[in-house]
Design a protein around this ligand. Sequence first.
Ligand SMILES: [Zn+2]
Length: 338
Amino acid sequence: MRGAVIHAPRDVRFETLDDPGIVHPTDAVIRTAVTCVCGSDLWPYRGAEPIGDPHPMGHEYVGFVEEVGSEVTSLRPGQFVVGSFATCDNTCANCRNGFTSNCLRREFMSTCQAEYVRIPNAQGTLVATDGVPDERYWPGLLAVSDVMGTGWWAADAAEVRSGSTAVVVGDGAVGLCGVIAAKAFGAERIIAMSRHETRAQLAREFGATDIVAERGEEGVARIKELTGGIGADSVLECVGTSEAMRQALHSARPGGNVGFVGVPHDVAIDGQELFFSHVGLRGGPAPVRRYLPDLIEQVLSDRIDPGKVFDLSLPLDQVAEGYRAMDERRAIKALLKP
Ligand SMILES: [Zn+2]
């Protein structure tokens, strides 16, 4: 089979790889229906994370079950399945507590920009749909496997409530999905921080009521202006930089909450400042598996349409162009079809 391999910063190649097979009896192998490039793939692509030896890439996928290991009893070949970037058994103590992305048997996916993918912990991780969904839903279901699940977790962690005010820091695919989630959670006012016109437009379409283009302390000042001087009830931090985290913490009101889902890169939090701010802080890799049945249902019943974050669709063999387009911010998110 063929798949994406990163060799060095800005050097992603589409290569022939070994066909994946069942390694453990809890594995499944799927044939990829659609996959994509994630904003977090850009960290190594831009040289902001070490690459080491050339290795496959990708952690978002929906596909067709091809083969299952002997301990996988809930799935059969031919089923259409949605998974998560973090695999889980869905039975351990952490899974039972809802933190499936901290499963005691967790393995992170990292080979999904390929024609076939081995899924560890398949029984706990994969959710099969009733029959094969119409192809128009595939982008939305793919979004659910990572960015939509992550946006949902950001809103959940930030405790967005009905009638509240939510701020979303970050206008990438996760931030835009955070807007969808904040609206679904019942936020009355959703302030999206964006200075990119097409992204701001999509944020409005998803439910943002206000757009703030300013950043840093100017952005915070603008949020304060819009919230009676005190700040927002909930802030969704969807970037992972120090500036974005500071902006998020300073935009929340005393007693408000920040949900942070951008993978932190050189983020340091001032303990004293946090202490005196009365702001609650929770984040981490999204427990996507917990949300899958609900989010799949919401996509298939047309209540949410997170597939709109894919504004570029390419054949999988043009994966390198997907990375380039996202790196140069010509695309929000690139969909790849084998
Ligand atoms: Zn578990």
